[in-house]
Design a protein around this ligand. Sequence first.
Ligand code: PSU
Ligand code: MN
Length: 306
Amino acid sequence: MSLYTPSPEVADALAAGSPIVALESTIITHGMPYPQNLEVARQVEADVRAAGAVPATMAVIDGTLHVGLTDVQLEGLAQAREVAKLSRADMAACVASGGTGATTVAATMIAARIAGIAVFATGGIGGVHKGAEGSFDISADLMELAQTPVTVVAAGAKAILDIPKTLEVLETQGVPVIAYGQDDMPAFWSRSAGLKAPLRMDTGRAIAAAHAQRATLGIPGGQLVANPIPETDEIDRDTLAPIIAQATQDAQTHGITGKGVTPYLLQRIFELTEGRSLTANIALVRNNALLAAEIATELGAIGKDA
Ligand code: PSU
Ligand code: MN
């Protein structure tokens, strides 16, 4: 029995060797409210298709790992309440018990690796939380990047995280962090975190070549591409800083821990910005989908030349 069920378009693309872009589902179930989450999920899939690749949104539904969802499945997830949030630690137990869950960055990378998909687009990755020296809250996404060969296109890390510490952990874990088209590390809602990214690349081709080279050299793990939000959609850091501080304080007051932390903060920031954070979030995810489709296409071209 196959380890996963591909959607019809993903099955065709796998058979033809055409470019595929993995997409996560925690952003749908725990990252945005209904109905915008469904609209965004559909829009991002359409963006990937318009850029010449096939979208593969990942989820576990009734114990089956789905690589690419039908529209009915996508709608079901977007409306569902109490869907599990699956990271590396939760995947196997969810499949084994016939459960349903949405995949985080870490779990989406695992699903992509199983299906042989090399490129994945999302909004923001998990990282080292502010105050991690006390809470020890470091996302499994970082360790997944160190061991699973998938190039993840994100808009950097949200300012709910400690970005310098996140970069330190990625460096320790041997994960290349590549800013796209600029020297600075982007910070999700803003184009700069105020510090330089470890690497810079200006084309999808260069990112694809680095991905392929890593495999050739036998170095495990993936790459993090930090793609700055389009200028027109940027929200400046000073506007968000007090909101993030408030959300972080509220999480502490309510005793939120473990995997509840990130969803709580995302929901609280959405409330406190009266939805403004969402408009920017949508723009950056769409932007990341386009770059991911380009990298996947370039990687396919390298594979055919080799
Ligand atoms: N950061 C965002 N938006 C998100 C997430 C993180 O800006 O939707 C989600 C992703 O699915 C990510 C997960 O993989 O949260 C990280 O959760 P944790 O911090 O519990 O590892
Ligand atoms: Mn955590």
